[in-house]
Write a protein that binds this ligand. Structure first.
Ligand code: ARG
Length: 459
């Protein structure tokens, strides 16, 4: 088994079971571009420092170009025997260019190599995710702007509470995804640091210029302790935590879309292309997309648990445990990107049903607080006003009508100071307009927020 990088010491070939168990190539091959980029930066530095010759560097570059083409076109033959992406690429390089290929690994270990590759790869994915988060915000912003004046019953405890603008409700999610975007960019800073040059764990005897490699790779600095550099996976955990929060936000929105789409609410319709039918019930249109997103949130939170648990018992420095960082991380990235993409598109396929929302708000006495506030303005202490309105709601309930449908004479029985102008306060729109504080639901406020977000997103 000459193909194995450490075979001289071993008196028998590795068992096939162990080979399968320890190999990662079938999932870590997705790091190939980062692996080649890292190797080229390392090689350029080795040459600059006089560790390898200019001819070696030229050979390495030529070989890597060919490998890029082979992998890109699907011609590259990935070998389980070569365990992982790093050994596969290095072996092919040596096959192509001979000794220069064998010199590439000078002053390097797979330990600092893999940590570098994952960081480079993740940095690129974070940039894609950050863009998708902006796209989703823009789509929700469009939905918000189109529906600033649509009144939705706001809920607490899922009981009708007070009227809110549908636009305002959408902007609540824009806030969440804006924080997610900020968080991703913050995580990126700690992802974008260079472990390479730490070698196996202790640094190396060659005169490496780590700052040069960092610059070549567009990284913001080098990891300052070799033991930490090769064993740290905080960046992956942080990213997965940030991704989990994105998914939690998507999941909360999903829950609302599912409820709103149910016949018992009927607040929205989701375009047919985002819904699915039933194989038995001909009348069905199911919100599979938000349901799956809600479900996939569990999967991503699970990956966070996997990664954080992966680290808890590890002594310094590198341990093979760390190979287990990849599948959870890869799946988190895939799930997140797919979910954000589909939600940004689906937002444009949501139609609101204002009448259903208003009906639901009216049924739930959503303007009761407004009547209490009205009485306070007439001089009643708030606690007394609260009690008075409770009686009025009870009366309306027994008449099976809204507060705004009680005749003035009836309202006056609860408090003599109630006048005709009370009906302005009891209407859904009156209630909405009255909440004109910063961050409140009055359409004027919501329009100002839409404008602020537009500026911020350059939309
Ligand atoms: N495939 C390995 C990983 O993902 C690369 C590092 C292997 N290092 C080692 N000393 N066995 O972590």
């Amino acid at each position: 088994h000459k193909s194995e990088a450490w075979s001289a010491l071993f008196s028998e070939p590795m068992s096939d079971l162990v080979k399968r168990y320890t190999a990662s190539v079938f999932f870590d091959k997705r790091l190939w571009q980062a692996d080649i980029a890292g190797s080229l930066a390392h090689a350029a530095m080795l040459q600059k420092q006089g560790v390898i010759s200019a001819t070696d560097l030229a050979d390495i570059r030529r070989g890597m170009n060919q490998i890029r083409q082979e992998i890109g076109s699907g011609a590259f033959e990935w070998k389980l025997d070569l365990e992982d992406v790093h050994l596969n690429i290095e072996a092919r390089l040596t096959q192509l260019v001979g000794d220069a290929g064998k010199r590439l690994h000078t002053g390097r270990s797979r330990n600092d190599q893999v940590a570098t590759d994952v960081r480079l790869w993740l940095r690129g994915e974070i940039d894609v995710i950050a863009d998708l988060l902006q796209e989703l915000q823009k789509a929700l912003l469009g939905l918000a702007e189109a529906n600033v004046d649509v009144v939705l019953p706001g809920f607490t405890h899922l009981q009708v509470a007070q009227p809110v603008s549908f636009g305002h409700h959408m902007l609540a999610y824009v806030e969440m995804f804006a924080r997610d975007h900020e968080r991703m960019l913050d995580v990126r800073k700690r992802v974008n640091r260079l472990p390479l040059g730490s070698a196996a764990l202790a640094g190396t005897t060659y005169p490496l210029d780590r700052e040069f490699v960092a610059k070549e790779l567009g990284m913001e600095g080098v990891c300052q302790n070799s033991l930490d550099a090769v064993s740290d996976r905080d960046f992956a955990i942080e990213f997965t935590a940030a991704a989990s929060l994105v998914m939690v936000h998507v999941s909360r929105m999903s829950e609302e879309l599912i409820l709103w789409m149910s016949q018992n609410f009927g607040f929205i319709r989701i375009a047919d292309r985002f819904t699915t039918g039933s194989s038995i019930m001909p009348q069905k249109k199911n919100p599979d997309v938000p349901e799956l997103a809600r479900g996939k949130t569990g999967r991503v939170v699970g990956h966070l648990m996997a990664l954080i648990t992966l680290m808890k018992g590890q002594p310094l420095a590198y341990n093979k445990d760390n190979q287990e960082d990849k599948e959870p991380l890869f799946d988190t990235v895939d799930t997140l990107k797919d979910t954000l993409r589909i939600f940004a598109e689906m937002a444009g396929g949501i139609t609101v049903v204002p009448q259903a929302m208003e009906q639901a708000a009216l049924k739930g006495y959503a303007t009761a607080t407004d009547l209490a506030d009205y009485l306070v303005k007439k001089g009643l202490p708030f606690r007394d006003a609260h009690e008075t309105v409770a009686h009025a709601v009870k009366a309306a309930q027994s008449h099976n009508c809204d507060l705004s449908e009680l005749p003035l004479a009836v309202l006056k029985q609860f408090n003599a100071s109630i006048e005709k102008d009370v009906y302005d306060h009891l209407s859904l729109r009156g209630s909405l307009n009255a909440r004109n504080t910063l961050g409140g639901t009055a359409p004027a406020q919501v329009k100002a927020q839409v404008e602020r977000h537009r500026q911020r997103l350059g939309a």
